[in-house]
Design a protein around this ligand. Structure first.
Ligand SMILES: CC(C)(COP(=O)(O)OP(=O)(O)OC[C@H]1O[C@@H](n2cnc3c(N)ncnc32)[C@H](O)[C@@H]1OP(=O)(O)O)[C@@H](O)C(=O)NCCC(=O)NCCS
Length: 198
């Protein structure tokens, strides 16, 4: 039976997730958003964050901010998993509920994906990576083999992380950055090679 899904967050990210839900033959029955009313993409905004759980269906937290997404996903509802049909996910990789893997993304064998992770358009996660809970890999990010990204870190569009590197939790890796060594201190990093930006 098709799954019925409410998407939390009716912004651009939410509309991309809605598209993935439909491509998988499931049904978006509406959005939940604190700042929007009316219709988005032909679907009604059914309520606000306080209404999560009111409807008997799956939910998806389409919230870009990692800490906010984590907070929302503390709610005990059925969380949907959204994998675009063009994404390539190795057979041995488990994809927990609440994760989105977008168009043309690749996740290679031996990798571990945490809860509420976003693997955005055309991002690649090579073999034996560990992607912590609520991490966001933006479009076009490339992680080489045996990379670890800890909880809630945001890797910006087009960034590259070379093999065997670990990045701590709650870091921000700017667009186009190349991370060539471990990052152990939380902060914003930009450049080639990555340097902390005070
Ligand atoms: C790193 C980042 C978070 C910094 O944002 P910010 O704090 O608002 O920084 P500002 O835009 O004020 O820029 C401050 C300085 O850093 C530089 N800078 C910003 N981002 C940079 C980057 N990715 N690489 C190199 N330099 C960068 C700016 O040019 C500016 O330099 P200046 O002081 O010489 O003028 C942001 O630029 C970024 O890269 N975001 C990622 C966006 C993304 O991936 N979006 C995808 C969403 S799906």
């Amino acid at each position: 039976m098709n799954k019925k899904v409410i998407i939390i967050g009716a912004g651009g990210h939410g509309r991309v997730v809605a598209d993935i839900v439909r491509l998988n033959g499931d049904e978006v029955i509406g959005f939940i958003d604190d700042n929007k009313t009316g219709f988005v993409n032909g679907c009604e905004v059914l309520g606000t964050i306080k209404d999560i759980g009111k409807f008997d269906c799956y939910y998806f937290a389409a919230i870009g901010d990692n800490a906010t997404r984590q907070k929302i996903m503390e709610k005990d509802v059925k969380w949907y998993t959204a994998i675009h049909p063009s994404a390539v996910v190795a057979k041995d990789v488990e994809v927990p509920n609440g994760v989105v893997i977008m168009a043309n993304a690749v996740v290679n064998p031996g990798s571990v994906i945490g809860k509420g992770v976003i693997i955005n358009t055309a991002a690649t996660v090579d073999h034996d990576n560990v992607i912590g809970d609520f991490v966001h890999l933006s479009p076009g990010v490339h992680l080489a083999g045996t990379v670890t990204i800890k909880e809630r870190t945001w890797v910006g569009i087009g960034a590259i992380v070379i093999n065997n590197v670990t990045i701590c939790s709650d870091a921000m890796i700017g667009a186009g950055t190349v991370v060539a060594k471990d990052i152990t201190e939380c902060g914003t990093y930009v450049g080639v090679p990555a340097r902390i930006r005070i």
